[in-house]
Design a protein around this ligand. Structure first.
Ligand SMILES: [Mn+2]
Length: 295
């Protein structure tokens, strides 16, 4: 089994000196910081995303006021940041081994990015262990390019690389930016790709859920949320999801389907503007609360 090193409780997700978070052996959920920044094309800074989320999480209450549960004793551990040197496929492989090892321990992995190109690595490990896996993608962008700026592993190709696994399906929510080729690819593969566009918000969480089968991998690109709410991302897009509707979707997803792993990617912190970092930390906390208390 892969050797995994844990951060001390006060440096880990939700940790501080007064909170008793879990060590790895008793962890039910494990946060995996993955500060990958290799193919950003516009705003930089995703390498600082995981650390900003960990630091902001120390300000988040462990009591979940909606579910009435305390995450302080819920069994959450945090790994040391994954090494991100080398090529994107090398980082994906490292992440796949880590995520696979956590799944083999029976833990729920939550990967903190880092750029979206990490996702195919994590999804590969999950798909090997959970046949029939599908991906729920929350994102502004389709990420279905065959290649972008000469790089087939760019963040703009993350869902396309997931779909290299012929058994996989992707449902995208909040999508509002894609190329003509991506639109064509989605239209030509309706069995494998389904988009709920942000425009007009004509769908409900229930309609999204009706297209989703278990087991599910949740890939949450923070630019899926509206850029007025979360400006600290590499490619901020207007017209995105707001807080309550994001939670409505996640709540229904975790309640009614088996979500086996998740990632939260593309935070690019803006110095002096902590609101985005805090939102990301709060969203990660909600994902863990739903994951640990929806069964
Ligand atoms: Mn994306």
């Amino acid at each position: 089994m892969l050797h995994l090193d844990c951060l001390p409780a006060e440096q880990g997700f939700l940790g501080d000196e007064n909170r008793h978070l879990s060590g790895l052996d008793s962890a039910r959920a494990v946060v995996v910081p993955c500060p990958l920044e290799a193919s950003v094309c516009y705003g930089a800074g995703t390498s600082r995303g995981p650390q900003a989320i960990l630091e902001a999480s120390h300000q988040v209450e462990t009591w979940d006021e909606e579910l009435g549960v305390d995450l302080g004793g819920a069994g959450i551990a945090t790994l040391e940041a994954l090494e991100v040197h080398g090529s994107i496929p090398e980082v994906q492989e490292r992440l796949a081994r880590t995520v696979g090892s956590l799944l083999d321990r029976g833990a729920f992995p939550l990967v903190l990015g880092g750029e979206h190109s990490l996702t195919p690595g994590a999804v590969r490990a999950v798909s090997q262990r959970f046949p029939g896996l599908m991906v729920l993608q929350v994102d502004a962008h389709a990420d279905l390019r065959e290649s972008y700026q000469g790089n087939a592993n760019s963040h703009a190709c993350s869902m396309r690389r997931c779909l290299d696994d012929p058994s996989l399906r992707v449902v995208g929510v909040g999508i509002r930016s894609m190329s003509a080729a991506e639109a064509r690819f989605a239209a030509q593969n309706p069995e494998r790709v389904r988009h709920f566009l942000a425009r007009g918000r004509s769908w409900t969480a229930r309609e999204v859920l009706a297209t989703i089968s278990s087991p599910v991998y949740l890939s949450l690109d923070l630019d899926g949320l509206d850029c007025s709410l979360l400006p600290a991302t590499g490619t901020p897009e207007p017209g995105g999801l707001f807080w309550e509707e994001t939670l409505d979707l996640l709540r229904a997803l975790f309640r009614e389907r088996k979500v086996v792993a998740a990632d939260l990617v593309e935070l690019a912190p803006i110095p002096g503007q902590p609101a985005s970092d805090y939102l990301a930390a709060r969203l990660a906390t909600k994902i863990l609360a739903y994951a640990l208390h929806s069964a």
